[in-house]
Write a protein of this length. Sequence first.
Length: 253
Amino acid sequence: MAMMLCARNLTLAGRLDDVSLDLSPGRVTAICGPNGAGKSSLVSAMAGVLPVAGALSLDGHDLPAMQPRERARLLGYLPQGGEAAWDVCVRTLIELGRLPWQAAPLHRAHADGAQDREAVTQAIAAMDLDHLIDRPLSRLSGGERARALLARVLAGRPRWVLADEPLASLDLGHGLRLLTALRQQAVQGVGVCLVLHDLGMAMNHADRVVVMDRGRVVTDGAPGDALSEDVIAQVWGVTGRWLGPEGARALSL
Ligand SMILES: Nc1ncnc2c1ncn2[C@@H]1O[C@H](COP(=O)(O)OP(=O)(O)OP(=O)(O)O)[C@@H](O)[C@H]1O
């Protein structure tokens, strides 16, 4: 059975107002909406980080009841503007992504075994971090740090990746690279759910777009429908026109 991520009637006063959503794996879903719409609240609730009223399940299992380690194996979460707790080097940070898979996580902080090494190596390559692996996090640029934090999530090889504005501090090339890496994950059956502010990126790279406003889902569907010019006018209060062919659209304001 597909590993569906299901949210039912998620509610948190002032932040989420009865949000229900079924997300399918193997697809890239973008969550869009203006500041304060509830995007981060929704994604952190789905990641199990923000307690809310309502129900959440993964593959039919109640998410809040799951052991944290089991949940960490299944679901990788990249918070908005994420910071690392310690000033370790990039390689160590990424190896920490393997922790949920280790038999005695408190005793073995280093990646061990062929599978761990392969997952770490792939994550380093996917985020273009080979030349930075020995650098302490405190000596990285904001975008480099963001890539390292995402590489840690990828190293855990979760079945779901939830990322809150992963493109926020990335340059154009690394932003595209990140989307390509996440698309590869989706092709391999991973569920990908991203908060995106860049509507062009959502339009061209997502399979499905969920638009939120004031704690509620306003539209949900194929990017062209969910992000129509009418919706953009209504939700963002901006008059824009989509130009260019499908898959390479740009919003002209
Ligand atoms: N810790 C908090 N306590 C109380 N209210 C909060 C808290 N964090 C956010 N909010 C409020 O909840 C609402 C939704 O916030 P949320 O961060 O989910 O929005 P968002 O869509 O992710 O916004 P942005 O695009 O600005 O990141 C906003 O009205 C915000 O002011």
